[in-house]
Ligand binder design. Structure first.
Ligand code: FAD
Length: 625
């Protein structure tokens, strides 16, 4: 019989990025005994890598900014497929969440008159990103961790035990959620270092596990991002929406090969950087779509004037939403106007003094110097699209962050949840999203735990089954190699479900994913249980596979191009498809089912924030009537 360490909590938060930490703080403030689980070291999450900033309509840089403008920009960026209520809550509550961080000890860069400084980013009408140089995520995570430590100190003063109300389990991976009927009852996993098994019983569980990028070879995501939360939710009976929408960030490093995919922050363009092809042409002027033509400059002169006089000029097209810029770069490279390494040039060296570059973009300066031996104050960077963010995710109730589907007690916030960003996320809207909905998830998970008159029960048979599944790859000595399987999966997703998609290739992808599923069922890991990355990957593969299947299925179903989903065979947006969410669930046999569900209709007073002419570009006549 396996030894399994057991713990009892009120709320278990899976994930220690911004969403998880903010949720945990809220649960602890509500008096709940709270556990935070993190697959990697505490403090290492995508949140810490966020560079540009957190979008919040505080109106510090331009007093015309307010939540309504932010709401409009978010809906436009998502091509009106966003869950409008999430976009509304996000725009309204983001400023409060940023100011609150300062009460936790955050120090954002300042305007000359001492307010929180805000920078420009693609798709945002006004400068809106609160930032700390290009290391905003670091400040965010540092502050949230500091708040947790201060709460632990309060608990120590009261109980003599720092971990009496909030405890962090780092380097611990959750592999399964256990249920009592239709209610979550526990999270099951293992310590990465020792390989020992652990069970955390709780009536309420918050998923805050971030993204899915490791299913693609060229990605800005780090090793942990294997869609675990998405898969855990599916297996527990929750649903995923709009998994076809993946954000390929336009600017990842393309050279040298060992660093291909690493992010080049959008702040480079926000601060004045321009994109050029191998003919030295600023090609983005050729790629402004009709729906955005009114807001973007059509000459270089106007675009350049905008940086100092945004009220009387229109924005440079380099600051179009990310999906537009990524497709444009893809087209330039395909047309033979790319760089030798298959990217385009991104230049700040001719645009601002070296001192400004090293002050405003210190991480980018070091990143290129150290990884590519390129001095960005003297020469252009080479960049190309990289898989960056998943807009699709766990379907949630917008107000409470409770997962939809047949499961109760499960909540999701941050990148793992879906709906907020529609078909494309605006830069900076993730850091604010995870603060707004992390708080809501923590609050409502606590209220749910409070409302139960008895705790759900964990069945021994379920614990044994979870332990058996976790250890199975170690017993298959002649099983398939997990690294080969991951490479094969990345090849399928990158080649057939990438930035530009076609029916034939998607059908082929689904066939290959089916073959991979059979192979993954036979994955094996050599070596023992102590820190064994092959074993860890073997367990992650199952998650990557089911999530990839949802993406491929939804991508095949959606016969239009919108945001992070581009179909060569259906190249335009179709207003009929704007009304549809694609929802994935799992049946008892582990098969993915895809269903079309109507998108909730936007409330009239929110619709009135847009000009009628703009709405006609997105909506059907029936909706507009
Ligand atoms: P994350 O911060 O990704 O944290 C996920 C957590 O879940 C981690 O602790 C991980 O270890 C844990 N986890 C995962 N699986 C398991 C499991 N099975 N068991 C236990 N724990 C698990 N957004 C912006 O708004 N502005 C920016 O400037 C910006 N820049 C970015 C730069 C880079 C390089 C990247 C990669 C992303 C950037 N983003 C930015 C996006 C943003 O950082 C992420 O979307 C956001 O941080 C996600 O936060 P999260 O809390 O949802 O999850």
């Amino acid at each position: 019989k396996e030894r399994i360490e057991r713990h009892l909590y009120d709320v278990v938060v899976i994930g220690a990025g911004g969403a998880g930490l903010r949720a945990a703080i809220e649960a602890r403030l509500a008096g709940k005994r709270t556990a935070i689980i993190s697959k990697s070291l505490f403090g290492k999450a995508h949140t810490v890598m966020a560079e540009g900033g957190a979008a919040a309509a505080m109106g510090n840089a331009n007093s015309r900014d307010n939540w309504m403008v932010h709401f409009r920009d978010t809906m436009r960026g998502g091509k009106f497929l966003n869950n409008y209520r999430m976009a509304e809550l996000h725009a309204k509550e983001a400023p409060e969440r940023i100011w609150e961080l300062e009460t936790y000890g955050a120090l954002f860069d300042r305007t000359p008159d001492g307010k929180i400084s805000q920078r420009n980013f693609g798709g945002h009408e006004y400068p809106r990103l609160a930032h700390v140089g290009d290391r905003t995520g670091l400040e965010l995570i540092r502050t949230l961790q500091q708040k947790i430590v201060s709460l632990q100190q309060e608990d120590f003063a009261e109980t003599g035990n720092y971990e009496s109300r909030i405890r962090v389990f780092s380097e611990t991976t959750i592999t399964e959620l256990l249920l009592d009927g239709d209610r979550v009852a526990a999270a099951f996993g293992y310590y990465r270092e020792s390989g020992e098994l652990i069970l955390l019983e709780a009536p309420a569980i918050v998923l805050a596990t971030g993204g899915v990028g490791r299913s693609y070879k060229v990605t800005s995501n780090s090793w942990e991002y294997t869609g675990d939360g998405h898969a855990l939710a599916l297996r527990a009976g929750a649903t995923l929406i709009n998994m076809e929408f993946l954000q390929f960030h336009p600017t990842g490093m393309v050279w040298p090969p060992s660093v291909k995919g690493i992010l080049v922050t959008e702040s480079v363009r926000g601060d004045g950087g321009v994109l050029r092809n191998s003919d030295q042409k600023r090609f983005m002027f050729d790629y402004v779509p009709d729906v955005f033509r009114k807001q973007y400059a059509d000459t270089e002169e106007e675009a350049d004037r905008w940086y100092t006089d945004p009220d009387n000029n229109r924005r440079p097209p380099e600051l179009l939403p990310r999906d537009e810029v990524a497709r444009a770069i893809n087209s330039e490279v395909k047309a033979g106007r790319g760089t030798k390494s298959g990217g385009v040039f991104l230049d700040v060296s001719t645009r601002m003094p070296a001192e400004t570059i090293t002050r405003r973009l210190p991480s980018m300066y070091h990143q290129f110097k150290e990884l590519a031996d390129v001095d960005i104050t003297k020469e252009p960077m080479e960049v190309g699209p990289t898989c960056h963010y998943v807009m699709g995710g766990v379907e949630v109730d917008p107000d409470t962050a409770a997962a939809a589907g047949v499961v109760r007690g499960l909540f999701a916030a941050g990148e793992v949840s879906g709906g907020m960003h529609g078909s494309n996320r605006l830069g900076g809207n993730s850091l604010s999203d995870l603060l707004v909905f992390g708080k809501r998830a923590g609050e409502h998970a606590s209220a749910y735990a409070e409302s139960l008159d008895k705790r759900p029960k964990v069945r021994t048979a379920d614990v044994e089954a979870a332990a058996g599944a976790a250890l199975a790859p170690l017993h298959r000595e002649s099983g398939e190699n997990p690294y080969t399987l991951q490479q094969d999966l990345q090849a399928v997703m990158g080649d057939l479900v990438g930035i530009i998609r076609r029916e034939g290739e998607l059908t082929d992808a689904l066939k290959r994913l089916h073959e991979l599923k059979l192979r993954v069922a036979n994955v094996g890991a050599t070596g023992g249980r102590r820190y064994n990355p092959g074993w860890h990957l073997a367990l992650d593969l199952r998650n990557m596979l089911v999530v990839s299947e949802c993406t491929a299925k939804a991508a095949l179903e959606r016969e239009e191009s919108r945001g992070g989903h581009t179909r060569e065979d259906f190249p335009t947006m179709n207003p009929q498809w704007r009304k549809v969410n694609l929802v994935c669930s799992l049946d008892d046999m582990g098969e993915v089912h895809l269903e079309r569900k109507p998108l909730p209709a936007m409330r009239p007073e929110l619709l009135e924030l847009f000009e009628y002419g703009e709405l006609t570009k997105y909506m059907t006549d029936e909706e507009l009537s």
